[in-house]
Write a protein that binds this ligand. Structure first.
Ligand code: ZN
Length: 132
């Protein structure tokens, strides 16, 4: 295509370009600042400072992070009934699971350059939850 032709076609081409959203649609207002701190303190107290995922599996672990049960970008709310305290391994495992689901398990494995790292993480998670 000649440069002159490209120049004349460009303005009409621009209008046909599909704009991809630059943000995930988590338009739910997340509590920030002191309201967020108070909210996390309430959840921590409600959950007795313990990881709720470990509790469900009959284990006891100190909770580290307040997590959205259904992520905001998936339409989850920022209310207390959608939040729970998780320990670091459970939070990481949930994040990995979420990513694995989104990427597709096969893609996840393919994208993992170091397979032994993936395998070790899987074994650690199985052991953590008493499935190994
Ligand atoms: Zn846990």
């Amino acid at each position: 295509m000649k440069l002159q032709q490209l120049r004349t076609n460009l303005p009409s081409a621009a209008s046909r370009v599909i704009m991809l959203p630059t943000q995930r649609p988590d338009t739910v207002d997340r509590k920030r600042g002191s309201a967020g701190v108070r909210d996390r303190e309430r959840i921590r107290a409600r959950d007795c400072g313990l990881c709720q995922e470990c509790e469900r599996r009959g284990k006891t672990a100190l909770g580290a992070a307040v997590d959205h049960i259904t992520q905001l970008w998936k339409g989850g709310s920022d209310e207390e009934d959608n939040k729970e305290l998780l320990c670091v391994p459970c939070h990481d495992a949930k994040t990995d699971r979420t990513q694995a689901r989104e990427l597709g398990a096969v893609n996840y494995v393919q994208k993992s350059l170091d397979f032994s790292e993936f395998r070790n993480a899987l074994h650690a998670a199985l052991e953590l939850h008493g499935w190994a």
